[in-house]
Structure formats: C-alpha cells, structure tokens
Design a protein. Structure first.
Length: 247
C-alpha cells in the first residue's frame, strides 16, 4: 500500500460524490447491467450501508454483513446527502481509531484497511452507477493502480479459499498473466497449484493485457469487456481469468 490515509479519504469522498452525481435524476428502479440482480436503488443502498457497516465495525467490532436489499437510502433526492454522510462517518471512525488494530477478513489490521477497502469498492460501484445511468466516469491513475493491487492482495490471500471457494478455479500450473498500464510498472500474476501469486513487474507472460490503468481496473473487475484493452498472447487464458476473478 503506497497511498496514505488522506489519499484514501479523498478518494472515498470523491467517488461517493461521483456516485451520487451519476444517479441524480435517474430511475431508482433502473437495472444495473454490471450488477444484474440490483436496481439503482439497491446499489445506492449498498454503498451507503457498507460505509456505515465498516464504521460501526471499527468502533464496536465485527457484525454480520448486511443485506443490500434491506438498506434504505431514502427518497432519491436524499441519496446524495445520505451517501456522503456515510462516507464522512467512515472517515471519522478511521481517524479516531488511529493505528488501533480492528477486525478484518484477514485478521487484525489497522483501521485504514477499511478506508482503503471502501474507497476502492465505492470507486467500482461508481463505475456501475455511471454505466447504468449513462454518466461519465473517471478514476485517478494512483487510485486505480492501488485498487488493482488491493484486489490482487485479497485474491491471493489463503483465507479467500474459504470466503470465495469459486476462486479455486484460478489455480494453475504456472500460467502467467501480465496487466501492463500505458505508463508505469505492471502486475505479473502467476497461477500456481496453491493459488494466485503476483508481483509488481513488467515482464513477459503467457498473456498480456495493455491499456490505461483505469481500463485495466474495470476489465479486471468485469465492469468493461476485455476488448477495451489490448490482449497479446493466450486469449483463452485472459478470458478464463476475467470470468473467474471479478469482485
């Protein structure tokens, strides 16, 4: 993790506000193509609910993950204020906790874990909202790059075999996949019998996906189709990876 707490807080607020702007005036029952079972109302409820859940977790300890369909974001014209209040609550909880370890899926971690997790989760859901509403979307390269690293950190953690058994399909026998941004160092992913391994490196691989880091993030999380980036090498390997690795 190369970014600091202030940058994650900034990203959280930017993408919460961006989400609210994207859905302003949209039909709350409009389907979200990238979250096929959810209308916009549920997506908005999930984002604000997740921020509040993480803030409460930091203050009081773990609680069951809430059901997005039970979230109540209020009337659509109240969504913006409700969403931004949840983001502010989460940021305040993280700052108050300082470096105190809190519960996470991966064992005790500093409270910043949840600020980072929710900043990136909100970014991806901002993309969902923008795609559903036909609104513009952009994410700063530093946040997009860290979101890719964070997702690979989670994907490669041993506990994910229990949390998300479907990720076992990503095991392999040494196949390699490179995510190569237009600028900067890429990510080299290796599929091993024990799970996914990765490092920041620009190297040869069985298949390479090249493009702007924003597009790589959205392809990795299956918000954009793989044809948005340039694929060199084993297309089947790339397709299999994207089909089984999305958040």
């Amino acid at each position: 993790m190369d970014l600091d707490t202030a940058r994650f807080a900034q990203g959280l607020h930017e993408h919460t506000a961006g989400f609210a702007k994207a859905v302003a005036g949209a039909d709350p029952e409009a389907p979200v193509p990238t979250c096929p079972e959810w209308p916009l109302r549920v997506l908005a409820g999930h984002v604000g609910q997740a921020h509040r859940w993480a803030a409460d977790l930091i203050r009081s300890g773990p609680a069951p993950v809430p059901d997005p369909f039970e979230a109540d974001p209020g009337a659509p014209d109240e969504w913006s204020a409700w969403l931004q209040a949840g983001a502010a609550d989460l940021a305040a909880a993280v700052l108050a906790a300082a470096d105190r370890p809190v519960w996470t899926y991966f064992g005790p971690r500093p409270a910043t874990f949840w600020l980072r997790r929710m900043a990136h989760d909100t970014t991806v859901h901002h993309a969902d909202a923008a795609l559903a509403a036909g609104a513009a979307f952009e994410v700063a390269p530093d946040l997009a790059a860290d979101a890719i690293s964070e997702w690979l950190e989670m994907l490669s953690h041993p506990v994910m075999a229990t949390l998300r058994p479907g990720f076992s399909a990503l095991r392999g026998t040494g196949q390699t996949l490179q995510l190569r941004p237009a600028d900067g160092v890429g990510w080299l992913i290796t599929r091993t019998p024990g799970g996914v391994r990765w490092t920041r490196a620009t190297d040869t691989a069985d298949v390479t996906l090249t493009g702007p880091v924003e597009d790589l993030l959205l392809v990795l999380t299956r918000r954009l189709s793989a044809d948005r980036v340039t694929i060199t090498g084993d297309h089947g390997l790339a397709e299999h990876w994207v089909a089984h690795s999305a958040a």
